[in-house]
Design a protein around this ligand. Structure first.
Ligand SMILES: Cc1ncc(COP(=O)(O)O)c(C=O)c1O
Length: 465
């Protein structure tokens, strides 16, 4: 279907921003059937020049409507009106699917799924073209990662995290799971089963991976601000390593105070404990700047940063990195050399081109705006309810709701019957009595889907009271 003719008029005197006016008019044209599914919208640059506004305003309006599920970007093919079963007046949608009614799609609020597909964009495809046209691709990629990606990661960390990292200290991994596997293999090469202290509640996948790799796990009960140095000082046994999420406690969502970070480092230094800093989503802060990484604080303790492209790009890539130093760093490098890399050379090169061309920072900035919008929606829909506590809102791609009644597992089961998948908070607890609540991942759903899902959850809570 061709390009759409849309009557648009913007009021420069209005208190409503130009981007919001444009988004409102486009939304209303879609809802009234003037703009139909598969209509292509004019290119942002052309529309901006026709309306006499900056291109950024048009981009913001398009992003807003993409987030709401009204538009979809087709990479070089332009931006199209999305096919949505909930807009019934769309005859072409019916023609396309061959049915007048389609079963409602499952709205999946499982956390850990990031926004849309950066892979549809031109920048990503160009990065791959460049990687595929490189010479000298008939050998194994270097075990620690390609020089280009190690450099790109160092640049990315300098920009996004203010960290001064030597590319030599970067090891490319197949994501956090692979990094943890490597850490356990390294610790095992020194002595039997290493003991690793983990936060409870925490990240069950990390527990599973480290146990399967041969580690013995100990848990420490934490609240949303993570582990306290007094708890560490009171431990009878000293673990070999501690896994923490200081920037954004997973899943409760707070952050570790600076004094606690310093206390932890002192303890780790005195007792020879390796600190594993899982810095999985620090790009996505909504209300406060992230604190500097624990690894950047002055200390003699050995700290390793575990980074991932699963949140700022996609878990589909299966790629991440470690930033290492000291003896532990040398031993981790030796283990990786011995075990070889699981990460394809061509993927590493494409990712490096994408990062160095600015694609990752642009994608992250877009995703951050989308998440901030959905977070605002969550606050608007659930924030004033007295029967629940809404938390983990400071950053990331998920929020937590905690309530007394009814049982969270019952709410999750009933929500699934109504087409909404949501996980319970209980699944993140190991040894302590679990909290009653739900973890709401809002990275991969549109605003409209999120609003529908929140209504289902709110109605279920209402019914129970
Ligand atoms: C706490 C935490 N760390 C790290 C990750 C990323 O893991 P990976 O890089 O193995 O995909 C996730 C993903 O959900 C996570 O929740």
């Amino acid at each position: 279907m061709g390009e759409a003719e849309i009557p648009l008029g913007l009021d420069r005197e209005s208190s409503v921003s130009l981007a919001a006016q444009l988004a409102n008019q486009l939304r209303s044209a879609i809802l009234r059937g003037i703009l139909k599914p598969e209509h292509t919208l004019p290119a942002t640059r052309r529309l901006a020049s026709e309306l006499g506004i900056s291109r950024g305003v048009v981009v913001r309006a398009f992003e807003q409507l993409s987030g709401e599920g009204f538009l979809e970007s087709n990479g070089a093919g332009g931006t199209k009106v999305a096919v949505r079963p909930d807009i019934q007046n769309s005859s072409s949608a019916k023609r396309r699917t061959g049915k007048a009614k389609t079963a409602p799609e499952l709205i999946d609020l499982t956390p850990g799924r990031p926004s849309g597909a950066p892979f549809k964009g031109r920048e990503w495809r160009n990065a791959w073209k460049k990687a595929l046209s490189e010479e000298g691709t008939t050998h194994l990629p270097p075990a620690l990662g390609t020089a280009l990606l190690r450099e790109a990661v160092a640049e990315h960390l300098a920009l996004s995290r203010g960290l001064a990292v030597d590319p030599e200290d970067v090891i490319i991994t197949g994501g956090t799971s692979d990094a943890l596997h490597l850490v356990v293999a390294m610790l095992r090469s020194r002595r039997g089963s290493p003991r690793i202290l983990v936060e409870d509640p925490g990240y069950p996948t990390a527990w599973r991976v480290m146990s399967a790799a041969g580690a013995l796990l100990q848990t420490v009960p934490v609240d949303e601000n993570g582990v306290r140095s007094t708890q560490l000082a009171a431990l009878e046994d000293t673990p070999d390593a501690i896994l923490i999420t200081p920037s954004h406690q997973y899943p409760l969502g707070g952050r570790m105070a600076v004094q606690e970070r310093l206390g932890l480092l002192k303890w780790a230094d005195q007792r020879g404990v390796l600190v594993l800093e899982d810095d999985y989503d620090s790009e996505f802060r909504h209300s406060r700047m992230p604190l500097p990484a624990v690894a950047s604080l002055p200390t003699n303790a050995e700290v390793v940063i575990l980074g991932t492209f699963s949140k700022n790009l996609s878990p589909w890539l299966r790629c991440g990195y470690l930033v290492v130093r000291g003896d532990a760093g040398q031993r981790l490098k030796a283990s990786r050399e011995a075990l070889d890399t699981p990460v394809a050379g061509v993927l590493q090169q494409a990712l490096a081109h994408y990062i160095q061309g600015g694609g990752l920072s642009r994608h992250t900035a877009r995703a951050r705006r989308e998440y901030a919008h959905r977070r605002a929606l969550l606050i608007e829909r659930l924030g004033s309810r007295e029967d629940l506590e809404l938390g983990a809102l400071d950053g990331g791609l998920h929020a937590v709701i905690r309530f007394q009644q009814p049982e969270a597992a019952t709410v999750a089961a009933q929500a699934l019957q109504q087409g909404v998948r949501v996980v319970t908070l209980a699944g993140y607890y190991a040894d302590r009595p679990p909290g009653n609540g739900l973890v709401i991942g809002y990275g991969a759903v549109s605003d409209l889907q999120l609003a529908q899902a929140l209504k289902v959850i709110a109605d279920l809570l209402d019914e129970a009271h």
